[in-house]
Design a protein around this ligand. Structure first.
Ligand SMILES: [Zn+2]
Length: 336
């Protein structure tokens, strides 16, 4: 697994920063859904934003859903995020996650990806994301600047973020899409729905012939309430003058490289990293339970049809087949 998210701070903890490389998980999403280039870019950006926001979750039972509903030809995108093995306060847990670190060093050496990522950064857990778009085969012309027209594919609409933290009611925030380019939409969401001034950059670079994700990643930078005017204007200046995130990634920069490039002069402190992957938790057992929740007469109807049925998981496109005999068994269990 080579995707990960770095968590860092700068300007004496006035700024918190999350930076990610997500090429492999975006590729996996593409391979699962056979998305067109523009659909891969759109889904990949939301998966990347979701993975980064996932690194802000505190508990393994927390589930976050990011949903875009738009009037454009892609129609909608849904991404769900969770975390595993999450560790709080990682700077002081050297002994408890030593094993993890060792494992990671071995993996990294085996990978030999030729960048400057630092295996000594403590690993704080794993973020898993899954997602899909309603119309994965959408094709629309490139923008005038030759870039994929993600905003055009999504169109005008809404961004909804639901965080289920195991409380009585899940937190839900909804904002209008600003451009449909996703990074700007998340920036606006953070400002209006969570009152956190943020800068978001997300990028997916596809090989022109399609099918291959060359690089993907992004960052979220957030100002904490006690940030001074000087810090705010220095940050604004940086964000305004920085190279596009895909250009930085294309040059082979790791998330750490990008953070050093942007924030070394603001007292960057890298805290820890979370691995990230595209992973779905569906199984035949879960699908069986879903079938058992259908009304008995509807299951009977399927059995009487005498044909196998196929149930498809939206998130990972895996299909599960059930024979009439299996359906009869499920119906029997349902009735018991
Ligand atoms: Zn699935």
């Amino acid at each position: 697994m080579s995707d990960y998210i770095i968590r860092a701070t700068a300007a004496e903890d006035c700024i918190r920063i999350f930076a990610a490389t997500t090429r492999d998980l975006v590729q996996k999403a593409h391979d699962a859904h056979n998305t067109s280039n523009v659909a891969t870019a759109a889904l990949g950006r939301l998966l990347t934003g979701g993975a980064i926001m996932g690194s802000m979750l505190k508990n393994e039972t927390d589930v976050m859903t990011l949903q875009i509903d738009g009037a454009g030809p892609i129609k909608g995108i849904t991404v769900t995020v969770g975390v595993e093995g999450i560790k709080e306060n990682n700077l002081s847990t050297e002994t408890s996650n030593e094993e993890n670190n060792n494992l990671n060093i071995i993996n990294k050496e085996g990978n030999n990806r030729g960048n400057t990522e630092n295996p000594s950064i403590p690993v704080a857990g794993l973020v898993h994301v899954k997602g899909y778009c309603k119309n994965p085969s959408v094709e629309i012309p490139l923008k005038e600047n030759g870039k994929l027209d993600v905003g055009g594919a999504i169109g005008a609409g809404m961004l909804t973020i639901i965080k289920d933290m195991g409380l009585k009611e899940p937190f839900s925030g909804q904002t209008e899409l600003i451009s449909g380019e996703i990074a700007e939409d998340l920036t606006y969401y953070f400002a209006t729905s969570e009152q956190t001034p943020s800068a978001v950059a997300l990028g997916v670079l596809m090989a022109p012939e399609g099918g291959t994700v060359l690089c993907a990643g992004g960052f979220i930078v957030q100002l904490l309430p006690f940030a001074t005017e000087d810090v705010i204007s220095a940050l604004e200046n940086k964000i305004r003058t920085m190279e596009p995130i895909t250009d930085l990634l294309k040059k082979g920069n790791s998330p750490e490289d990008i953070l050093h490039l942007l924030f070394d002069d603001m007292g960057l402190e890298i805290n820890d990293r979370l691995d990230a992957e595209f992973k779905c938790d569906c199984s035949k057992e879960k699908v069986s339970k879903a079938i058992m929740s259908i009304e008995a007469k509807d299951i009977e109807e399927m059995i009487n049809d005498g044909k196998d049925i196929e149930v498809n998981c939206h998130f990972c496109n895996t299909s599960y087949k059930f024979t009439p005999e299996e359906l009869s068994k499920l119906l029997k269990n349902k009735n018991n």
